[in-house]
Design a protein around this ligand. Structure first.
Ligand SMILES: Cc1cc2nc3c(=O)[nH]c(=O)nc-3n(C[C@H](O)[C@H](O)[C@H](O)COP(=O)(O)O)c2cc1C
Length: 175
């Protein structure tokens, strides 16, 4: 898909008919690895929950009811970042955001992920409303990783609602 069209067409989807298949998810995650990261530390990690038996238990355990509904029939990708890499040089914090640079990197990674998904014909929903400790426990995620998003990925069941954007002059300043 042409890049501009991809930018325009990517939407958060809250109704799915089926999950993205294993090979498609793997390919999308390999593409997401192309995202830039602090000193190329490649601090993003992905945990894919795709088996039908596990998906149901996992969805019910870690998501609030509205996100269980939003992500029904989709596979789920948990994204985390390894702490102490982005924002640091030889263990020393480089500037004021510190560990927040890890979240910055992961946001870039996840942006690549959702665009790669759309390009491959799948839709996504980033979910920040989730239980991080339960996710850590169920997937055995080590303590040196910060659990961030759960991303639903699958085939869209219905067109998402239209949304508008702020006036560019409200959010952009040139000097
Ligand atoms: C960090 C982050 C967390 C989000 N958490 C949720 C969520 O828990 N549930 C949900 O339905 N949407 C969630 N969203 C989706 C946003 O509501 C959505 O991106 C926004 O309304 C703009 O719509 P669009 O993605 O279609 O452009 C989240 C998005 C981001 C980037």
């Amino acid at each position: 898909m042409e890049f501009n069209e991809l930018l325009q067409k990517r939407r958060s989807v809250r109704a799915y008919t089926e999950p993205a298949p294993h090979d498609a998810i793997r390919d999308i995650l390999i593409k997401a690895q192309q995202a830039p990261s602090w000193a190329h530390t490649q601090n993003a990690r992905c945990y894919v929950v795709e088996s039908p038996e596990m998906l149901e238990d996992f969805r019910n355990a870690v998501l609030p009811e509205f996100n269980q509904k939003n992500s029904a029939n989709a596979a789920l990708i948990v994204t985390t970042f390894v702490k102490g890499l982005a924002g640091f040089s030889r263990g020393i914090q480089m500037n004021e955001p510190g560990e927040e640079w890890g979240a910055y990197d992961l946001g870039l990674h996840d942006a690549y992920l959702i665009f790669a998904a759309r390009d491959a014909g799948y839709d996504t929903l980033i979910m920040g409303a989730r239980n991080g400790e339960m996710i850590r426990e169920m997937l055995g995620i080590p303590e040196n990783e910060e659990v961030m998003s759960v991303i639903a990925i699958g085939k869209q069941a219905a067109e998402p609602n239209e949304r508008t954007h702020k006036d560019p002059d409200e959010v952009i300043r040139f000097f």
